[in-house]
Write a protein that binds this ligand. Structure first.
Ligand code: TMP
Length: 216
């Protein structure tokens, strides 16, 4: 049984922690599971991630940035995500397609038609089964983040930029309510983890139910 689960949200929303907790839980239940991220996930993707997040690269044109995120994605989809899903893995991915719409579309203001066209090419038909959007006020998220590490290139963007990204995420989620689960990220970590587990177990039962119906 395969499943493709993604985590989305602005900086400091806690999605990386939640993706890891979910991964650890599913591993203990002896399921085939992989945790990966974007930008990253492959050797090429990791190299491009360094470039994309380098705080000294202030000169990247918004379209160059868009192409690079899509370059990371197509490599990830073809080299890793599709093969794993074909083999029956549950794949958990920290950021995927929605980050591009939220950051490059709503944040940078790139024409959505351009983003859509590249997105179709980059994903090669792959789409998450379930996406957790950890929603948080940008002021709170950025404060959380800046207290734990040095800020990278995108984290240095203005509060206005992150507000636009957050609004974008909420609009995307409203357009695809079936796929999205919006979670208030100010809640305690354990409470959020429990909510996520409940949703994932529900989804697993649904997929397993569909599979046994098909086998009958
Ligand atoms: P991370 O630190 O959560 O791994 O994300 C890296 C940064 O890259 C984060 O600021 C969001 C940004 N990003 C985009 O702008 N577009 C994208 O398509 C992706 C995947 C990430």
């Amino acid at each position: 049984m395969s499943l493709f689960i993604t985590f989305e949200g602005i900086e400091g929303c806690g999605k990386t922690t939640q993706a890891r907790l979910l991964y650890e839980y599913l591993t203990k239940t002896k399921r085939l599971v992989v945790l990966t991220e974007e930008p990253g996930g492959t050797e090429i993707g990791i190299k491009l991630r360094k470039l994309l997040l380098d705080k000294d690269q202030q000169n990247i044109h918004p379209l160059t940035e868009l192409f690079l995120y899509n370059a990371v994605r197509v490599q990830h989809v073809m080299e890793k995500l599709k093969p794993l899903i074909r083999e029956g893995y549950i794949v958990i991915c920290d950021r995927f397609m929605d980050s591009t719409f939220a950051y490059q579309g709503y944040g940078r203001g790139i024409d959505m038609d351009i983003i859509k066209r590249l997105d179709e090419i980059a994903r090669q038909g792959l789409k998450p089964d379930i996406t957790f959007l950890l929603d948080i006020e940008p002021e709170v998220g950025l404060r959380r983040h800046s207290s734990i590490k040095e800020l990278d290139r995108l984290e240095r963007e203005s509060l206005e930029f992150h507000r636009a990204v957050r609004t974008g995420y909420l609009e995307i989620a409203a357009q695809e309510a079936e796929r999205f689960r919006i979670i208030k990220a100010e809640k305690p970590i354990e409470e959020i983890h429990a909510l996520i587990l409940k949703e994932v177990e529900k989804q697993i039962s649904k997929v397993e139910g569909q599979r046994s119906d098909a086998e009958e």
